[in-house]
Ligand binder design. Sequence first.
Ligand code: CUA
Length: 302
Amino acid sequence: MSGASNFVEGVDLSFVIILGASIFFLVGITIVMIYFVFRYRKKNNPTASHIHGNNKLEIIWTVIPTILVLIMFYFGWMGYKPMREVPDDAIPIKVYGQMWSWSYEYENGKISDKLVVPLDKPVKLDLISRDVVHSFYIPAFRIKEDVVPGANNYMWFIGQEEGSYNVFCAEYCGERHAYMLSTVEVIPEVEYLAWLERSDVPEGEHPGLTIIKRNACVSCHSLDGSKLVGPSFKGVYGITEVVLEGDTEVEITVDDEYIKSSISDPNAQVVKGYLPGLMISYKDQLSDEDVQQIIEYMKTLK
Ligand code: CUA
Protein backbone atom coordinates (compact mmCIF):
# COMPACT_ATOMS: atom_id res chain seq x y z
CA MET A 1 0.00 0.00 0.00
CA SER A 2 1.22 3.44 -0.81
CA GLY A 3 0.56 6.76 0.88
CA ALA A 4 1.77 8.45 4.05
CA SER A 5 -0.63 6.32 6.11
CA ASN A 6 -2.64 3.14 5.64
CA PHE A 7 -5.83 5.21 5.16
CA VAL A 8 -4.67 7.31 2.21
CA GLU A 9 -5.75 4.82 -0.47
CA GLY A 10 -9.26 4.26 0.85
CA VAL A 11 -10.03 7.93 1.44
CA ASP A 12 -8.51 9.09 -1.86
CA LEU A 13 -10.40 6.43 -3.81
CA SER A 14 -13.81 7.53 -2.49
CA PHE A 15 -12.79 11.17 -2.99
CA VAL A 16 -11.87 10.55 -6.63
CA ILE A 17 -15.11 8.60 -7.26
CA ILE A 18 -17.28 11.39 -5.81
CA LEU A 19 -15.28 14.09 -7.58
CA GLY A 20 -15.49 12.11 -10.86
CA ALA A 21 -19.28 11.70 -10.57
CA SER A 22 -19.64 15.42 -9.75
CA ILE A 23 -17.56 16.49 -12.75
CA PHE A 24 -19.46 14.10 -15.04
CA PHE A 25 -22.83 15.56 -14.01
CA LEU A 26 -21.63 19.17 -14.00
CA VAL A 27 -20.38 18.86 -17.58
CA GLY A 28 -23.22 16.57 -18.75
CA ILE A 29 -26.05 18.71 -17.33
CA THR A 30 -24.49 21.93 -18.66
CA ILE A 31 -24.18 20.49 -22.19
CA VAL A 32 -27.77 19.15 -22.18
CA MET A 33 -29.05 22.50 -20.84
CA ILE A 34 -27.33 24.49 -23.58
CA TYR A 35 -28.56 22.01 -26.20
CA PHE A 36 -32.18 22.29 -24.94
CA VAL A 37 -32.04 26.08 -25.00
CA PHE A 38 -31.39 25.94 -28.74
CA ARG A 39 -33.46 22.82 -29.54
CA TYR A 40 -36.65 24.06 -27.85
CA ARG A 41 -36.33 27.78 -28.44
CA LYS A 42 -39.50 29.79 -29.15
CA LYS A 43 -38.93 29.92 -32.91
CA ASN A 44 -39.13 26.10 -33.15
CA ASN A 45 -42.29 25.82 -31.01
CA PRO A 46 -44.26 29.10 -30.98
CA THR A 47 -47.28 27.77 -29.02
CA ALA A 48 -46.55 26.07 -25.69
CA SER A 49 -47.88 22.50 -25.43
CA HIS A 50 -48.89 20.74 -22.22
CA ILE A 51 -46.86 17.63 -21.39
CA HIS A 52 -48.00 14.97 -18.92
CA GLY A 53 -45.64 12.89 -16.77
CA ASN A 54 -43.41 10.16 -18.17
CA ASN A 55 -43.20 7.10 -15.93
CA LYS A 56 -40.25 5.53 -17.71
CA LEU A 57 -38.19 8.71 -17.39
CA GLU A 58 -39.10 9.17 -13.73
CA ILE A 59 -38.08 5.62 -12.86
CA ILE A 60 -34.76 6.09 -14.67
CA TRP A 61 -33.91 9.35 -12.90
CA THR A 62 -34.79 7.83 -9.53
CA VAL A 63 -33.01 4.51 -9.91
CA ILE A 64 -29.73 5.73 -11.46
CA PRO A 65 -28.97 8.40 -8.80
CA THR A 66 -29.92 5.91 -6.05
CA ILE A 67 -27.40 3.43 -7.40
CA LEU A 68 -24.83 6.21 -7.70
CA VAL A 69 -25.15 7.39 -4.09
CA LEU A 70 -25.06 3.78 -2.92
CA ILE A 71 -21.76 3.35 -4.79
CA MET A 72 -20.45 6.51 -3.12
CA PHE A 73 -21.61 5.22 0.26
CA TYR A 74 -19.95 1.86 -0.34
CA PHE A 75 -16.54 3.34 -1.06
CA GLY A 76 -16.90 5.90 1.73
CA TRP A 77 -17.81 3.16 4.20
CA MET A 78 -14.99 0.88 3.05
CA GLY A 79 -12.53 3.76 3.56
CA TYR A 80 -13.95 4.70 6.97
CA LYS A 81 -14.64 1.32 8.59
CA PRO A 82 -10.98 0.30 9.13
CA MET A 83 -10.38 3.64 10.89
CA ARG A 84 -12.50 2.42 13.80
CA GLU A 85 -10.92 -1.06 14.01
CA VAL A 86 -7.74 -0.72 16.00
CA PRO A 87 -5.28 -3.65 15.80
CA ASP A 88 -4.51 -5.23 19.18
CA ASP A 89 -0.78 -4.59 18.89
CA ALA A 90 -1.12 -0.84 18.29
CA ILE A 91 1.19 1.35 20.39
CA PRO A 92 -1.01 3.43 22.71
CA ILE A 93 -0.18 7.14 22.96
CA LYS A 94 -2.23 9.73 24.84
CA VAL A 95 -2.95 12.95 23.00
CA TYR A 96 -3.87 15.97 25.13
CA GLY A 97 -5.59 18.91 23.49
CA GLN A 98 -5.92 22.16 25.37
CA MET A 99 -6.18 25.83 24.49
CA TRP A 100 -3.94 26.04 22.41
CA SER A 101 -1.49 23.21 22.05
CA TRP A 102 -1.16 19.48 21.62
CA SER A 103 0.98 17.23 23.80
CA TYR A 104 1.67 13.51 23.72
CA GLU A 105 2.26 11.08 26.55
CA TYR A 106 3.92 7.72 25.92
CA GLU A 107 3.52 4.53 27.92
CA ASN A 108 6.89 5.00 29.64
CA GLY A 109 5.80 8.44 30.87
CA LYS A 110 7.68 10.45 28.25
CA ILE A 111 5.88 13.64 27.31
CA SER A 112 6.54 15.36 24.00
CA ASP A 113 5.16 18.30 22.06
CA LYS A 114 5.55 16.46 18.77
CA LEU A 115 4.17 13.05 17.92
CA VAL A 116 7.03 10.68 17.10
CA VAL A 117 6.02 7.25 15.78
CA PRO A 118 7.83 4.24 14.32
CA LEU A 119 7.58 3.47 10.61
CA ASP A 120 5.16 0.70 9.57
CA LYS A 121 3.80 0.12 13.08
CA PRO A 122 0.19 0.65 14.13
CA VAL A 123 -0.27 3.50 16.62
CA LYS A 124 -3.39 4.18 18.65
CA LEU A 125 -4.07 7.71 19.86
CA ASP A 126 -6.30 8.26 22.88
CA LEU A 127 -7.72 11.72 22.40
CA ILE A 128 -8.23 13.70 25.60
CA SER A 129 -9.36 17.30 25.90
CA ARG A 130 -8.48 19.35 28.96
CA ASP A 131 -10.95 22.09 28.20
CA VAL A 132 -13.12 22.60 25.10
CA VAL A 133 -13.82 20.65 21.91
CA HIS A 134 -10.79 20.38 19.60
CA SER A 135 -10.27 18.23 16.55
CA PHE A 136 -7.10 16.28 15.87
CA TYR A 137 -6.34 16.41 12.18
CA ILE A 138 -3.43 14.93 10.19
CA PRO A 139 -4.24 15.84 6.56
CA ALA A 140 -1.42 13.74 5.04
CA PHE A 141 -2.77 10.67 6.86
CA ARG A 142 -6.40 11.48 5.91
CA ILE A 143 -7.59 11.20 9.50
CA LYS A 144 -9.47 13.62 11.72
CA GLU A 145 -11.33 13.07 14.99
CA ASP A 146 -13.02 15.37 17.47
CA VAL A 147 -11.35 15.68 20.87
CA VAL A 148 -14.24 16.12 23.27
CA PRO A 149 -13.93 16.86 27.00
CA GLY A 150 -15.39 14.02 29.05
CA ALA A 151 -15.71 11.66 26.07
CA ASN A 152 -12.70 9.55 25.22
CA ASN A 153 -12.34 9.40 21.48
CA TYR A 154 -9.54 7.62 19.64
CA MET A 155 -7.91 7.18 16.26
CA TRP A 156 -5.22 4.92 14.87
CA PHE A 157 -2.91 4.73 11.87
CA ILE A 158 0.21 3.18 10.42
CA GLY A 159 2.85 5.68 9.25
CA GLN A 160 4.05 4.22 5.95
CA GLU A 161 6.50 6.86 4.76
CA GLU A 162 9.27 8.47 6.75
CA GLY A 163 8.82 12.18 7.16
CA SER A 164 7.35 15.04 9.09
CA TYR A 165 3.65 15.85 8.72
CA ASN A 166 1.46 18.73 9.91
CA VAL A 167 -1.06 18.36 12.70
CA PHE A 168 -3.88 20.90 12.89
CA CYS A 169 -6.75 21.64 15.21
CA ALA A 170 -9.82 21.49 12.99
CA GLU A 171 -12.46 22.73 15.43
CA TYR A 172 -12.63 26.41 16.34
CA CYS A 173 -11.56 26.53 19.98
CA GLY A 174 -10.93 30.20 20.70
CA GLU A 175 -8.61 33.05 19.91
CA ARG A 176 -5.42 31.13 19.15
CA HIS A 177 -7.09 28.14 17.46
CA ALA A 178 -5.11 28.79 14.28
CA TYR A 179 -1.84 28.42 16.23
CA MET A 180 -2.75 25.05 17.71
CA LEU A 181 -0.22 23.26 15.55
CA SER A 182 2.02 20.25 15.93
CA THR A 183 3.84 17.66 13.81
CA VAL A 184 3.98 13.91 13.40
CA GLU A 185 7.43 12.49 12.78
CA VAL A 186 7.55 9.03 11.23
CA ILE A 187 11.01 7.51 11.80
CA PRO A 188 12.52 3.99 11.63
CA GLU A 189 11.74 1.83 14.64
CA VAL A 190 15.33 1.72 15.99
CA GLU A 191 15.49 5.51 16.01
CA TYR A 192 12.05 5.65 17.59
CA LEU A 193 13.09 3.34 20.43
CA ALA A 194 16.19 5.42 21.07
CA TRP A 195 14.12 8.62 21.01
CA LEU A 196 11.64 7.11 23.46
CA GLU A 197 14.36 6.54 26.05
CA ARG A 198 16.01 9.91 25.54
CA SER A 199 15.13 12.99 27.56
CA ASP A 200 14.19 15.99 25.45
CA VAL A 201 14.87 18.45 28.23
CA PRO A 202 17.88 20.62 27.30
CA GLU A 203 20.74 20.27 29.76
CA GLY A 204 20.73 22.92 32.47
CA GLU A 205 17.17 24.00 31.78
CA HIS A 206 15.37 25.40 34.81
CA PRO A 207 12.92 22.72 36.06
CA GLY A 208 10.25 25.40 36.31
CA LEU A 209 10.64 26.18 32.59
CA THR A 210 10.35 22.48 31.75
CA ILE A 211 7.05 22.32 33.65
CA ILE A 212 5.81 25.52 32.00
CA LYS A 213 6.57 24.16 28.54
CA ARG A 214 5.14 20.73 29.30
CA ASN A 215 1.83 22.21 30.42
CA ALA A 216 1.66 24.57 27.46
CA CYS A 217 1.52 27.65 29.71
CA VAL A 218 3.54 29.46 27.04
CA SER A 219 0.72 29.30 24.50
CA CYS A 220 -1.03 32.01 26.56
CA HIS A 221 1.74 33.53 28.73
CA SER A 222 4.85 34.77 26.95
CA LEU A 223 8.28 34.66 28.53
CA ASP A 224 9.54 37.78 26.76
CA GLY A 225 7.05 40.40 27.91
CA SER A 226 4.77 40.31 24.86
CA LYS A 227 1.05 40.30 25.53
CA LEU A 228 -0.81 37.14 24.55
CA VAL A 229 -4.14 35.92 25.91
CA GLY A 230 -2.77 36.08 29.45
CA PRO A 231 -0.18 38.32 31.13
CA SER A 232 3.47 37.65 30.30
CA PHE A 233 5.54 35.86 32.95
CA LYS A 234 8.42 38.23 32.37
CA GLY A 235 9.03 40.65 35.20
CA VAL A 236 5.67 39.86 36.76
CA TYR A 237 6.91 38.47 40.07
CA GLY A 238 6.69 40.97 42.88
CA ILE A 239 4.86 43.71 40.97
CA THR A 240 1.54 45.24 41.97
CA GLU A 241 -1.45 44.54 39.76
CA VAL A 242 -5.10 45.52 39.72
CA VAL A 243 -7.28 42.41 39.55
CA LEU A 244 -10.99 41.95 39.25
CA GLU A 245 -12.82 39.93 41.87
CA GLY A 246 -16.15 39.71 40.15
CA ASP A 247 -16.88 43.42 39.58
CA THR A 248 -14.62 44.76 42.31
CA GLU A 249 -11.16 46.06 41.52
CA VAL A 250 -8.55 44.95 44.03
CA GLU A 251 -4.85 45.72 44.20
CA ILE A 252 -2.63 42.72 44.81
CA THR A 253 1.05 41.86 44.77
CA VAL A 254 2.12 39.03 42.49
CA ASP A 255 3.66 36.82 45.16
CA ASP A 256 3.76 33.07 45.82
CA GLU A 257 0.22 33.14 47.20
CA TYR A 258 -1.23 34.93 44.18
CA ILE A 259 0.53 32.66 41.67
CA LYS A 260 -0.58 29.55 43.55
CA SER A 261 -4.20 30.64 43.68
CA SER A 262 -4.09 31.72 40.01
CA ILE A 263 -2.98 28.23 39.03
CA SER A 264 -5.61 26.39 41.06
CA ASP A 265 -8.45 28.90 40.64
CA PRO A 266 -7.53 31.05 37.62
CA ASN A 267 -10.80 32.94 37.33
CA ALA A 268 -11.06 34.21 40.91
CA GLN A 269 -8.69 37.18 40.47
CA VAL A 270 -8.13 38.05 36.82
CA VAL A 271 -5.70 40.86 36.06
CA LYS A 272 -7.55 43.90 34.73
CA GLY A 273 -7.49 43.98 30.94
CA TYR A 274 -7.60 40.19 30.53
CA LEU A 275 -10.62 37.97 30.05
CA PRO A 276 -11.79 35.40 32.61
CA GLY A 277 -12.85 31.92 31.55
CA LEU A 278 -9.89 31.22 29.27
CA MET A 279 -7.78 29.19 31.66
CA ILE A 280 -8.62 25.91 33.34
CA SER A 281 -7.54 24.97 36.84
CA TYR A 282 -4.22 23.13 36.97
CA LYS A 283 -4.81 21.96 40.52
CA ASP A 284 -4.90 18.28 39.53
CA GLN A 285 -2.11 18.49 36.98
CA LEU A 286 0.59 20.23 38.99
CA SER A 287 1.97 19.10 42.30
CA ASP A 288 2.92 21.61 45.00
CA GLU A 289 6.59 21.12 44.04
CA ASP A 290 5.76 21.82 40.39
CA VAL A 291 4.04 25.06 41.34
CA GLN A 292 6.98 26.04 43.53
CA GLN A 293 9.39 25.38 40.63
CA ILE A 294 7.26 27.57 38.37
CA ILE A 295 7.36 30.36 40.94
CA GLU A 296 11.14 30.00 41.27
CA TYR A 297 11.47 30.21 37.51
CA MET A 298 9.22 33.27 37.30
CA LYS A 299 11.46 35.02 39.81
CA THR A 300 14.37 34.61 37.36
CA LEU A 301 12.45 36.32 34.53
CA LYS A 302 13.39 39.90 35.18
CU1 CUA B 1 -8.08 23.51 19.38
CU2 CUA B 1 -9.00 24.67 17.57
